[in-house]
Design a binder for this molecule. Sequence first.
Ligand SMILES: [Zn+2]
Length: 405
Amino acid sequence: MTDHLYYHDSFLYEFDAEVRDVTAVESRSAIILDRTAFYPTSGGQVFDTGWIVADESKSRVAEVTEKDDGTILHQLEAPTTIQKGTRVHGLIDADRRRDHMQQHSGQHVLSAAFVRLFNMPTVSFHMGAESCSIDLDTKSLTGAQVEAAEGLANEIVTDDRLVSMRFVTQAEAQELGLRKLPPVDRDKLRLIDIRDFDLTACGGTHVASTGQIGCILLRKTEKVRQGWRVEFVCGKRAIATARRDYMTLAESASLFSSHIWEVAQQIRKSQEEARAERKSGEQVQEELAGLYAKQLLAETSENSGRKVVVRVFADRDSAFTKLLAQRLTRQSPNVVAFLGSTGGQPTLVFAQSPGQPFDMGALMKETLAQFGGRGGGSKDMAQGGPAKAEGLEVTLAELAAKMHD
Ligand SMILES: [Zn+2]
């Protein structure tokens, strides 16, 4: 088993060690040291990265994992020539470690705040690349509760309370009333103590006092299978997130030439305006279709007792074509209309006045068999979307000629 230096000092970013073995994890070289300050992924906290330096070489540590027996594997980015027995120097990426400490200690404070205020225990913790989350065992979670927990958590940060670590036996731990006991039986438990606020068993790396967390910012909440998930960011991540939120809001506000606080109000107003415009646009379309139908009927002469209207529009959409077909067949009892539009996705609308003898659905199917595409309809009205627009006009004219036979 590797000596876990990070158990005793979270701020140890450099250390000396001896190579115990060089092995492999999948295709990567992996180094086992007698002691390490590299934190392996465990307990919700993600691994450290950094370098392992020997006389002749400098190897990038890409990932760190721990075996069940406590052996820590330093997985390297590139193959290595380091031999067993070599003395090496380990360098931890300090910025990444500090970020992880801010997130993990922030999680302890936040989880304790939810217990203190609302008796909501944390059942899991996830540390992501951008944000972290805890899952709370609760049936409901209100916005006011989230705000209250955030408030208390940040008070604890402002208090700058001492965060200490100690080892106790299982029996001692039972007496202490921990927030969370680990599921596995170990003879020695490592406790993280946030003075007079939280005491919990944890193997992670933590800040020395709560002020180092910086701040705790709660964001999205969502219902999950085991309760409620609360997303949060701490310290420098909180600053970066707040900055990004501000930039997004500021950009949105400038589109409306308004203050950022008024963005939601402006969006609501725009949505209402868009709805009203859509409605008046639809009215105009309907009126236009009615007038256009009247004009088409006036200029189409009757043949064998019916008027056959054929039109292919390059600048009208399918909604207008359909409206026109309805108006044509309603305004006159003896109309057959073959309409198409080629602006955008080509569409076809065939319609006849009720009582006319043809079958528009069948004619549509025949036409689409020739052009490809899908569509169909009833005896009086059919719609389709031909796969191509070339030749539609000629085909519709031929179809129209048959209606007089
Ligand atoms: Zn922890």
